[in-house]
Design a binder for this molecule. Structure first.
Ligand code: NAP
Ligand code: ZN
Ligand code: ZN
Length: 346
């Protein structure tokens, strides 16, 4: 066991504060990672606030981890000391159900083990990336390509893969009109990735405040959803809409923006249920789909894709002492576009 410094919420809704946690000794297939950077995902905030239901405290959030391997177990074959690596939203799964065998560990039928706010298969609570070090089985660790700096790579481990996976699955590419709904941490990655895939990209944001950034990051068009004219103007326009919105939404209004048989893929995880008039689906033969992060192999594929296309996150690098303030700014849609903690400041 190693004692490491971390930032934790001691109880639901409490501010995060500096503390120490124990990391297990490296086992046969484990790697010890010196964490360099950890992104702040809106999911961290939902969970610290118990917005998704009862959670485990103390909670050390953080599932956008970038660092360097500092020790490997005797059975490790994929990594060596000094490798630049990442860890995302899960650190284990059953590895034998049909979804795990298909590389969709995020949908493990026995339940994947979340990087934090979970109980590992050894019965111990999991603690996330707002800490100095983490021990993870090598099968849940990915390689960060040399071309990507670790600070801008960290958010790819959740925000990047969460957008890459549905964009690929629903065919974002040349000749396809894709809208990204919400220009936050996930949304801005969606703009960059959909653009790199060759799609015609539209941002749908509450206002035009971030328009210049959206266009700079690769959007072809940018519209304010706060303006009712947007819904008239864009009716029937898109092959695919990816919603990253963290709050309940009028999905019916957005479904009307799809072409016939278009798809609205939702990745946002609001704390409240939404209601939907099903005529907005059956009318145009439209689909409403969901997507959660991506599998381990797909996460590696996404990192390689991002390195090839020179894509990192747009980040605001902060000290650990600024985490609580950063949470407030994320809740106010005032992040440009991902807060990343410099873990040397913990
Ligand atoms: P974020 O940085 O806060 O971005 C969310 C964006 O949603 C905001 O920037 C804002 O965009 C828009 N928004 C917020 N409140 C809104 C409202 N009331 N009405 C309309 N638009 C609103 O959060 P994030 O880290 O990208 O995460 C977004 C959501 O995805 C969270 O619920 C998170 O838990 C979830 N998530 C899901 C997965 C998954 O695997 N499915 C993975 C990670 C995160 P504008 O300012 O442009 O309007
Ligand atoms: Zn996340
Ligand atoms: Zn499984």
């Amino acid at each position: 066991m190693t004692t490491v410094a971390a930032y934790a919420a001691p109880a639901a809704k409490a501010p995060l504060e500096r503390t120490t946690i124990e990391r297990r000794a490296v086992r046969e297939h484990d790697v010890l990672i010196d964490i360099k950077f950890a992104g702040i995902c809106h999911s961290d905030i939902h969970q610290v606030r118990e917005g998704w239901g009862e959670a485990i405290f103390p909670m050390v959030p953080g599932h956008e981890i970038a660092g360097v391997v500092s020790e490997v177990g005797p059975g490790v074959t994929r990594f060596k000391v000094g490798d630049r690596v990442g860890v995302g939203c899960m650190v284990d799964s059953c590895r034998e159900c049909e979804n795990c065998l298909a590389g969709k560990e995020q949908y493990c039928l026995q339940g994947q083990t979340p990087t934090y706010n979970g109980i590992g298969r050894d019965g111990e609570p999991t603690y996330g990336g707002y800490s100095e070090k983490v021990v993870v089985d090598e099968n849940f660790v990915v390689r960060i390509p040399d071309g990507l700096a670790l600070d801008v790579a960290a958010p790819l481990l959740c925000a990047g893969i969460t957008l890459y996976s549905p964009l690929k699955r629903f065919g974002a590419g040349p000749g396809r009109k894709v809208a990204v709904l919400g220009m936050g941490g996930l949304g801005h990655m969606g703009v960059k990735i959909a653009h790199a895939m060759g799609a015609e990209v539209t941002v749908l944001s509450q206002s035009l405040r971030k328009k210049d950034d959206g266009l700079r990051l690769g959007a072809d068009h940018y519209h304010a959803t706060g303006d009712p004219k947007t819904f008239e103007e864009l009716r029937g326009s898109f092959d695919l809409i990816v919603s990253t919105v963290s709050a309940p939404l009028d999905f019916g209004a957005y479904l009307s923006l799809l072409k016939t048989e278009g798809t609205l893929a939702n990745v946002g995880a609001p704390e409240e249920p939404v209601s939907l008039n099903l005529f907005s689906l059956i009318g145009g033969g439209r689909s409403l789909a969901g997507s959660m992060i991506g599998g381990i192999a797909e996460t590696q594929e996404m990192l390689d894709f991002c390195a090839e296309h020179g894509i990192g996150a747009e980040i605001e690098l902060i000290a650990a002492s600024e985490i609580n303030e950063a949470y407030e700014r994320v809740e106010n849609s005032d992040v440009r576009y991902r807060f990343v903690i410099d873990t040397a400041t913990i």
